[in-house]
Design a protein around this ligand. Structure first.
Ligand code: ZN
Ligand code: ZN
Length: 133
């Protein structure tokens, strides 16, 4: 299956496109995602860098750790994507900013060592205490 999936931030300044299937999707429970987003969990799709492109708007960047740079809209603050030197050929994109997030089905949990105990979500999915690249 091959197709295009677009998304963007709330104010519309930044738009992106993913080409290809929506797969490799994980609920991330790490404390950095939590602080940066303000949400108890952030759900990411990992795509090959060659299948991700910005359509318009240059997202601002924030270096959240030595290995990780996050892209966000400087207008509305939406968290859009991240890149990590641990996996230089991929881009992670927040499924919440897809135009059709209902098409992106989560497959696993990562960083469950810092998962909030009261969060009940997709309990049947496999979990990883940190993240296995
Ligand atoms: Zn925006
Ligand atoms: Zn995270």
């Amino acid at each position: 299956m091959s197709s295009h999936h677009e998304g963007g931030c709330h104010c519309g300044a930044s738009r992106y496109r993913i080409t290809g299937p929506l797969q490799d999707i994980a609920h991330c429970h790490c404390s950095i995602c939590r602080r940066v987003s303000g949400a108890p969990v952030t759900t990411w799709i990992t795509v090959p860098a060659s299948r991700f492109e910005w359509l318009h708007g240059v997202a601002a960047q924030y270096r959240s750790s030595a290995s990780c740079t996050r892209y966000f809209c400087s207008g509305c603050g939406a968290q859009l994507a991240l890149v990590t030197t641990l996996s230089p050929d991929t881009v992670d994109v927040t499924i919440g900013t897809l135009d059709q997030p209902e098409l992106a089905i989560p497959e696993r949990h990562i960083w469950t060592t810092t998962r909030l105990p009261w969060l009940h979500l997709d309990e049947h999915l496999p979990s990883e205490p940190e993240e296995t690249l």
